[in-house]
Design a protein around this ligand. Structure first.
Ligand SMILES: [Zn+2]
Length: 617
């Protein structure tokens, strides 16, 4: 089952009249499948930032409805505010959250832009990841001249819009849309009320870096003497190197410290091509895609590093936290915890949890809730405010909130035994596979760190990872199988009074049957992987776990056979001969492969078991 979530963060040029904003957010919420997460108005900026999430298609539809509504209810001709802006919907970025790439989000921006241009006849510019040419990537450049300069800008062929007419629309202005990575707002809390303590570390972290110094009198970097390009020497800000020329120090920074000095200076507002004599020397921060300052938060009575991570895939929060912990310790400070402001994508927290499990020498391939809990504990995310995973994490895996898997084991067995056709063999096949996958993961996790070769270690990690993934997938199939069966039953209950109704019912039943077939076929294929994972875990696992792995393999095979039987029994009612022939062929092949794999796995296990008994006697 695909699980795809996109975030959309349109900014509207209205921050005072909340009735107008309500009309726009109502249009967004009217689209099925959309969740409105936040509405953040600013009176000074006269601007409102709206955040919503949903599947890719729904998000584009909601964004279009929002742009359309904003063009109707807002009037740029009378708009004043402190923030740069060019249109009623000023910017509208699409952001990947789960199961979607940045490039796919850029495509969503193009879809929105094309439709806004065509149906609303507004000029549209694309920026950042969706930009049509490099010079349009930077939002500030695209928005230069703002709404007031837009009429002139549209006359310039260089600034022909990416979509829509090059015609000035006095009410709505222009739309700027694009794609960017998720912005993680992340604060790290110190055991101090001194903002300067937080600032000292923040400046070490941020991409922009800080003014370089030498001769520190304490552990705090800010206690040193500021360096200036005095025309005689060109000091490197990071080490004791002094260049004889700017070119020399530029090359040194590239080779010894891996950064572009000209770019660093320009981030600090210094144009090095205009000469640097008399300007301060800067040193680069530890992380790219990282903005950070220090501040004091009165309600916590603590100083914090306030950090924006603009690409958590490159600069993840746990890396920034660990660097901060080291630097805090050097300065006699303690990091008491950290805080995620707003929401965090599932992958960001999940990766952090796995990182800390590895640090602890534990297998990172344990159940998802355990990984997330480990992230919360390791990062101290509940230090200054409660951290509720359900509320703070975007794109959690599909929740197992269905009837069957929430039952206790005893209740489930009772439910199976009742005189209703579902849950039946299909669900039980999936459950058997899930149990087998769990055993494979267990055997692999138990042996990690105790093997003699790197290859065995890699095999165990792979088996644990596959075991977890297959277990989660098959647990969903326990309920999916029953639900797929229900869909077919629903179709059977459709009216059949007229010929048209009969044809419709038959078509829906055929669809229901093909769906009912897809679930057990998925179960069978996943169960084949379960046998393989059990085999892999057994080969490098502890001798004491041999029988666990063999039970896992056997359960995988039971699930596979069950899945195939459920495919075949549903095929008898499907009237599409090509579909039937194809699937029967694939079932036969999978069963033959699985039987051979199981036999080899069990022979290997039984052989080891026999050898262990032999030794004993
Ligand atoms: Zn250096």
């Amino acid at each position: 089952m695909s699980h795809r979530i996109v975030e959309c963060v349109p900014n509207f040029s209205e921050g005072r009249d909340m009735a107008k904003i309500k009309v726009i957010t109502d249009a967004i919420e009217a689209v099925a499948g959309i969740r409105l997460l936040d509405v953040d108005p600013g009176a000074d900026t006269n601007r409102t930032v709206v955040t919503f999430v949903g599947g890719p298609d729904q998000v584009v539809e909601a964004a279009f409805q929002a742009v359309k509504t904003a063009a109707q209810v807002l009037d740029m001709a009378s708009h004043h505010g402190a923030h740069p802006r060019m249109g009623a919907t000023d910017v509208c970025p699409f952001v990947p959250v789960e199961g979607v790439t940045l490039e796919e989000c850029a495509e969503l921006a193009r879809r929105l832009g094309e439709r806004v241009g065509r149906e609303l006849e507004l000029p549209v510019y694309l920026y950042e990841q969706a930009a049509s040419r490099p010079e349009r990537a930077n939002l500030a450049v695209v928005r230069k001249g703002e709404y007031e300069g837009l009429a002139e800008k549209l006359k310039d062929p260089q600034w022909a819009p990416d979509f829509g007419p090059a015609r000035f629309s006095p009410r709505a202005g222009a739309l700027i849309t694009g794609a960017r990575e998720f912005l993680v707002a992340y604060n790290i809390t110190l055991n101090s009320r001194d903002k300067a303590h937080a600032t000292d570390i923040a400046f070490e972290l941020r991409e922009k870096g800080r003014v370089a110094r030498r001769n520190q009198t304490s552990a705090f970097y800010s206690s040193g003497r500021e360096l200036v390009y005095d025309g005689r020497t060109y000091p490197c800000g990071n080490c004791d190197f002094d260049g004889a020329s700017f070119q020399e120090v530029e090359q040194h920074c590239k080779e010894s410290h891996g950064y572009d000095l000209r770019r660093l200076l320009s981030l600090n507002g210094i144009d090095s091509s205009a000469g640097v004599i008399g300007r301060k020397v800067y040193k680069a921060g530890l992380f790219t895609h990282c903005k950070a300052i220090g501040w004091y938060v009165d309600s916590y009575k603590r100083a914090q590093l306030s950090i924006n991570l603009t690409d958590y895939k490159v600069t993840p929060p746990q890396a920034v936290l660990e660097a901060t912990r080291r630097m805090a310790a050097d300065r006699g400070l303690v990091v008491t915890g950290s805080e995620i402001v707003g929401l965090v994508p599932f992958q960001a927290l999940f990766n952090a949890g796995r990182f800390y499990l590895k640090q602890q020498g534990k297998s990172p391939f344990v159940p998802v809730p355990d990984v997330l809990e480990n992230a919360v504990f390791s990062m101290g995310l509940a230090d200054v405010a409660p951290f509720e995973i359900e509320k703070k994490v975007l794109g959690l895996p599909r929740k197992l909130d269905h009837a069957l898997v929430d039952l206790t084991c005893a209740e489930l067995v009772d439910e199976v035994s009742r005189d209703t056709p579902a849950p039946g063999g299909g669900s039980i096949a999936a459950l058997a596979g899930a149990l087998g996958a769990g055993l494979a993961s267990m055997v692999a996790n138990l042996a990690q760190g105790r093997t003699r070769s790197a290859q065995a270690e890699a095999d165990l990690l792979a088996a644990a990872e596959q075991g977890q993934r297959l277990k989660d997938q098959l647990m969903l199939a326990v309920d999916d199988d029953t639900n797929a069966f229900n869909a077919y039953m629903d179709a059977r209950r459709l009216p059949q009074a007229s010929a048209a109704e009969k044809a419709e019912r038959e078509a829906r039943m055929q669809d229901g049957l093909k769906l009912a077939v897809a679930v057990p076929w998925g179960t069978a294929k996943a169960c084949f992987e379960v046998i393989r994972a059990a085999q892999l875990a057994m080969q490098s696992g502890n001798p004491a776990s041999i029988t666990d792995a063999m039970v896992g393999a056997q359960m995988g095979f039971a699930g596979l056979r069950g899945g195939i039987w459920n495919v075949l029994i549903n095929l008898k009612d499907i009237t599409d001969p090509a579909f039937n022939a194809d699937l029967r062929g694939r079932c036969a092949q999978l069963l033959a492969d699985a039987a051979a794999l199981l036999e080899a796995t069990l022979a290997h296990g039984d052989g080891k078991l026999a050898a262990m008994l032999e030794k004993k006697n």
